[in-house]
Design a protein around this ligand. Sequence first.
Ligand code: ADP
Ligand code: ZN
Ligand code: ZN
Length: 738
Amino acid sequence: MSLPILRLALPSPLRRLFDYRAPRDIDPALLLPGVRLRVPFGRREVVGVLVARAAHSEIDETRLREALALLDRAPVLPPALLELCLWSASYYQHSLGDTFAWALPALLRQGESAERGEERFWQAAPGARADDPRLARAPRQRQALATLAQHPHGIDQNRLEQFQLSRDSLKALHDKGLVQVRRQRPSLAVHQGAWLLQPELALNDEQRSAFEAVRAGFGRFHPCLLEGVTGSGKTEVYLQLIRETLEAGRQALVLIPEINLGPQTLERFARRFNARIALLHSGLTDRERLDAWQAAREGSAQIVIGTRSALFTPLKNPGLIIVDEEHDASYKQQEGLRYHARDLAVMRARLERVPLLLGSATPSLESLHNAHQGRYALLRLTRRAGGAQPPRFERLDVRSRPLDSGLSPPLQRLIGETLAAGQQVLVFLNRRGFAPTLLCHDCGWMALCPRCDARLTLHQRSGELRCHHCDHRQRPPGACPQCQHVDLRPVGVGTERSEERLRILFPEVPILRVDRDSTARKGAMEQLFATINRGEPCILVGTQMLAKGHHFPRVTLVAILDADGGLFSADFRASERMAQLIVQVAGRAGRAEEPGRVIIQTHLADHPLLVQLSEQGYAAFAAQALAERRAAGLPPFAHLALLRADAHRPEQAEAFLDQAAQLAEQRLDDGANTAVMVLGPVPAPMERRAGRHRAQLLLQSGSRAALHRLLGPWVAELEALPGARQVRWSLDVDPVDL
Ligand code: ADP
Ligand code: ZN
Ligand code: ZN
């Protein structure tokens, strides 16, 4: 019998497979889809994934090269995950090889063994005592030793975070001989003891019906949307469903939008469960990532928590998938494989035959539409759990009121009253830096980015002008470059400016700024939260980083400085995002005993969407917004694909897109496919960015099938276009930013 031809996905942007001859000394029975092989590729050697075997190649078989080595004795990806990668590549029109690159840990892409070697376990040395005099002035080491002492079999390297053990403390203890490191193969022994470390809360009626509804779907594909107001106890429902999952001997995968939420989520889960929890986030080293991945794949991590890319973590016994804050835009990847983790979670749950729970206080219009269509079960939590009151919304009309660094006088008064009552205030402003514009008062000159069609933001702290689109940085000029006058003024308000003003207005309380600049330093976020959790009066000023999931029990006043941006934007999703942001930020208010108040400063106090949102809540807003989308033929009632191109010269991008448009039109005519509309090309909303000219072409259809019938063959034609070499182009299926 002749050896089969191997069809491999290789790390290449080309949307095709590559044929190789099987290595001669390999048992063909080991050549299963999903194993990795090392192969020659041009002058290099690369690692590829076997996708299929064929009896013959379309290429002259005498010219086929032979694969060099088989790297796995069993497929690295379980069948469902392999299937998911194939599906993703085809749905998003992306190279399969590159899709695997997004799905696999870096070390596996480089050819590292997928089998687990030995692991390091930390344990207390015999006779080591937490009251050792050498630890008298080292409380963290003392704590660490006490924690280790509770785990006689030791704590493995991957769980240090879960038990809040810092490497520094362990190293210091090790140096003192109080701690030992043991290497051993991780055991796959059956789980010992009860799963719960703390009693569960008694679910209220709404929580109970949501819980029962999901549980009824265990063991099959059963997608559910949990729409629960902020503080309604969604997380408690997740936790109890996870306990059911663990008891059934299965694993739970939990996606969270933002890694800042990781530690907080991890802590809550670790307090509840006697289980191994793998936390996957971008801060892991390649080795740590591979370890966590392997622990999930072999089933020794029973709970996997992670951001977007954790969706691709293999699970030995999947039982439940949860996507928390499912509306969050960070689930959509904006480069390379432009996937939406929430949408792929649906596909994964289908392939794995497990229930899927999408949770949010402000569900995306897409998910609500799916629920209304009967594709998802809709579960609702309408009341806050534990007796907290819903926050009260007030629109504060700031037309013709003086704004003092964005703060109107009535708002300043309210802030003062709240602080005086011993409570905390959250001021939300979705713009970092000091001011978004630096303007010459004499001639109207503005500081613009030399590489983008954008203004530079003034960052006073660092004494810089910065472009928030390409990260260009420069010193602010001393005088106007156009008229040489020295009257340059910062216009508009960013978080730095509000912070500065609040410091002057309320000198007696701490002002804590939370944005990407203030939290860039490692540990900064933890420090901020420690201050907040002490509960003394303070003011938090920050961007959307503050909006996500945090629990601030002492915040009773939330002020939204500027709600108007979302009502003007050209992007049809802007109002949905604004509404979600307002409701999420507002949800930080009054989560404990004292009721919360939410002040929305606006120049458009009568805007129907704002009125509806503040008076009737998110559900009413969403119903209205969905009706508008339906009337306008926009998603979720239509399906989009966006072809983007950029180039050094504007003509190049447009010429490419013109050709692309023609090819699409031709295909549509030939196939009598009238369901797809070709719109454009048009310049991108910010035409020049980082020195490149950008344009885009939109395909829109009421029928997803019709759109996808076009995409596959069309993209193959685009790859072959001569003009494709002069531009950078990408196709974004179901884009979220237009
Ligand atoms: P969400 O995830 O919807 O924001 P959480 O699960 O964080 O809500 O719950 C909000 C608060 O209510 C938490 O302090 C939680 O402990 C409490 N809580 C949740 N469910 C219950 C319940 N059934 N009984 C009492 N308190 C509850
Ligand atoms: Zn000037
Ligand atoms: Zn720029």
